[in-house]
Design a protein around this ligand. Structure first.
Ligand code: IDP
Ligand code: MG
Length: 168
C-alpha cells in the first residue's frame, strides 16, 4: 500500500518524465487498424516490459492531424500524409518505461519499411513509406507535445503494475 502511494506521488509530482517514468506517444495508423495489426503491435510493447498509460481509438480531427505533423508541412508528401491519417481510426497510446522514447523508435524500425530490419514493426508488417503502420515520438520533448495534443491529463492512467519489480 505504501509503495502504491509512493509510486502515485512520484508520478503526479515528478517535474519531468525521466528514468522509469519516461513516456512516449505511439499511434497505430489507419492502415494497421484495417489490417488487424492492433493486437500484434500492442503485444510487442506489453511483452517488452513497457507500461500502458493510455489507449483510445480516435478519428483524428483535421486540426489534430495538422498540429501533429506541423513540422512536415513543407514536405511534398504532407497533404497525402494528412489524408492517410484521416482514412480511418487511429489507436492512440501512451507507453512508459526506461528509455521508452528511443527504444520504441528502435522497435518501430526506420521511416521507410524497405530500410527496416526484420524483427521491427515496420520491418515485419509493411512495405511502403506512405503506409508504414505506426507512429512513435522521436524525442522526449516531441513525446510531451504529442501526448498533450492527443490526450487530456485525466486520460493518462495512474496505476500500479504488479510486474514492475520483475522488470526493474
Ligand atoms: P517517422 O514517422 O519515422 O518519424 P517522419 O519523417 O517524421 O517519419 O515522417 C512522418 C510520416 O510521414 C512517416 O511515418 C510516413 O507516414 C510519412 N512519410 C515520410 N516520408 C514520406 C515519403 O517520402 N513519402 C510518403 N510519406 C512519407
Ligand atoms: Mg517523425
Amino acid at each position: 500500500m505504501i509503495c502504491f502511494f509512493l509510486s502515485l506521488f512520484s508520478q503526479v509530482f515528478q517535474s519531468g518524465w525521466t528514468g522509469v517514468n519516461e513516456r512516449t506517444f505511439i499511434a497505430i495508423k489507419p492502415d494497421a487498424v484495417q489490417r488487424k495489426l492492433v493486437g500484434e503491435i500492442v503485444q510487442r510493447f506489453e511483452r517488452k516490459g513497457f507500461k500502458l498509460v493510455a489507449l483510445k481509438l480516435v478519428q483524428a480531427s483535421e486540426d489534430l492531424r495538422m498540429d501533429h505533423y506541423w513540422d512536415l508541412r513543407n514536405k511534398p508528401f504532407f497533404s497525402g500524409l494528412i489524408h492517410y491519417m484521416r482514412s480511418g481510426p487511429v489507436v492512440a497510446m501512451v507507453w512508459q518505461g526506461l528509455n521508452v522514447v528511443k527504444t520504441a523508435r528502435t522497435m518501430l524500425g526506420e521511416t521507410n519499411p524497405a530500410e527496416s530490419l526484420p524483427g521491427t514493426i515496420r520491418g515485419d508488417y509493411c512495405v511502403d513509406v506512405g503506409r508504414n503502420v505506426i507512429h512513435g515520438s522521436d524525442s522526449v520533448p516531441s513525446a510531451q507535445k504529442e501526448i498533450s495534443l492527443w490526450f487530456k491529463p485525466h486520460e493518462l492512467q495512474l496505476w500500479e503494475r504488479n510486474s514492475t519489480p520483475w522488470i526493474y
